[in-house]
Design a protein around this ligand. Structure first.
Ligand SMILES: [Zn+2]
Length: 227
């Protein structure tokens, strides 16, 4: 792998992969009142998801053949569960930025393909939370659609309506391997995390370089159709 000794750190957007043999989804079976959402230390505004309190009971849905190592819940926000294999390797390698590792109880399983030919062992899963990061987006070098100006320059919790690639401000990152940059609402990982995924062949993970990350629900970055 070619490397430039003085190239800036590369970062990737972390998501569950779709349409592979490891395509797995989970749904929360709610039995407890959610706890409070984390708040910005400067302005007191909400900067994350409501807390998911134990017991963490889920329904797993397999769209492929085997359970994946990393599963992102896309319903109301980015809750994450990871397999025991993922959790053990993450800690053994000394990576940072994921917290909690609270056991998850799989109460239901639904398979897309009724007669899967593959035998697999269902892993133990753990619920993890992601560091609200120190990293800031370099707004001038990024294409991010914002619904309005920032009211707080620390959390920048104004939301986003679209992305057409972004980069982080050099020097704003504290070194966490998994984190949510301030004001972005997406999970970002380090190059070290990318090596960790390939070294351990962890499944159901897709990493997109932040400069190439596109999310365009309002079609502001795509070519308009004429006529
Ligand atoms: Zn704030």
């Amino acid at each position: 792998m070619g490397s430039e000794p003085h190239s800036p750190s590369r970062f990737f957007v972390l998501r569950s992969e779709r349409n592979t043999r490891y395509d797995t989804e989970f749904f929360i079976i709610d039995e407890t009142e959610p706890g409070p959402a984390p708040r910005c230390p400067r302005c007191g505004g909400v900067v994350g998801m409501l807390t998911w309190r134990p017991p963490h009971r889920v329904k797993l849905q397999f769209h492929g053949e085997e359970p994946g190592d990393f599963v992102q819940f896309l319903g109301v926000g980015p809750y994450l569960i990871v397999s025991e294999r993922f959790a053990d390797a993450f800690r053994a390698e000394g990576l940072t930025g994921l917290h909690g590792f609270e056991p998850v109880e799989v109460a239901k399983i639904r398979r897309q393909r009724r007669r899967s030919k593959t035998d697999y062992a269902l892993p133990h899963y753990f619920f993890v939370t992601v560091s609200f990061g120190s990293a800031l987006v370099d707004e001038a070098r990024s294409q991010i659609l914002r619904p309005g100006p920032f009211t707080c320059d620390y959390c920048r919790a104004i939301g986003t309506d679209g992305f057409n690639g972004f980069v982080l401000e050099p020097g704003s990152w504290n070194g966490d391997d998994v984190f949510e940059p301030r004001g972005l609402g997406v999970h970002v990982v380090s190059e070290r995390f990318a090596h960790f995924v390939s070294k351990h062949q962890l499944t159901n993970i897709v990493l997109t370089p932040t400069e190439r990350y596109v999310w365009d629900p309002l079609r502001r970055f795509s070519q308009p159709v004429s006529g």
